[in-house]
Design a protein around this ligand. Sequence first.
Ligand code: AQP
Length: 324
Amino acid sequence: MSGLQPSGELTIGNYCGGIRQFLQYQKEYDSFLFIPDMHTITVPQGDPHLIRERIRRFANLYLACGLDPDNCTFYIQSEVPATNQLTWILECNTYMGELSRMTQFKSKSEKQTNVGCGLFTYPILMAADIILYDSNVVPVGADQKQHVELARDIATRMNHKYGDLFVVPEPLIAKVGARIKDLQDPTKKMSKSSEDPMGSIFLLDSEADIKKKINRAVTDNDAYVAFDEEKKPGISNLITLYSALSGTPLQDAINHFEGMTRYGDFKKEVMEVIFETLRPVREKYEQLSHSDYVDEVLNKGRDRANAIANSKYDLVRKAVGFGR
Ligand code: AQP
């Protein structure tokens, strides 16, 4: 089970921490991937048409990245109403103190003047997304680990209170690439809704833009390449990107680059790996975006997701004592 909210443009960070992992596991598991459109309005988004356009773009991009609809139930969150129904029950079984500890709420609420309640309760909606389908593993980047842990706590609490209703999920964090940093400020993570586009590489960026962004990526004045996340966060981030995208184990990537004195040559190799990863994605995306194939896939996904979600919700509703 995994989902990436259409709240900006997908970045190479989302690819490394979320999508890439998901694709590795899709054949092994009965997998579910969804577009959490309801999550996006936890922060102001402006024009609703832009959200709808992004949903379509994200859906085509997942397919372009290699999502296999025969191995995966792919759907849009808001098209499964049982998600909201379960969320209410879970809200009544989650404590304010638990939500107050969520670091993402703290960092996102600091950036706004009027903070909506949805931003505070959104981890409960995420718990419903996960446990509604009896998901056992959730591939996520490091920033989402805390939310999956909360989903575990809620599932466990519900099971104690009402009998064995839910599978308790586990987060699955990539060994390399779980927290790709912003290229302009390598002390913070790369984000799809970041204000400075120079800090993020988007999956649909042109090669000219990628080149510009990597060339301008913040490094240091040491004039030697080495991996040290504390002292050399910019260089370390680029080595991590190279390792995650090329599949080279991190230590081998470190050995490969260590000691290089010309940052330009180092950056060129990192750039090549990004080009090679994104070129086929862009080409496939071009084809898909001129067809209606994505609707066929999403309709099939919606029907299967609703069948599973409705039957689970029915069990929960009865266990809680709702209805006649
Ligand atoms: N920088 C990152 N490195 C590795 N993984 C990352 N993820 C996000 N940023 C990085 C992973 O991508 C998935 C997307 O999750 P989300 O859509 O729920 O949103 P998020 O975690 O809040 O991601 P963003 O890009 O930072 O979005 P905005 O800007 O909208 O808040 C998750 O698996 C996440 O861990």
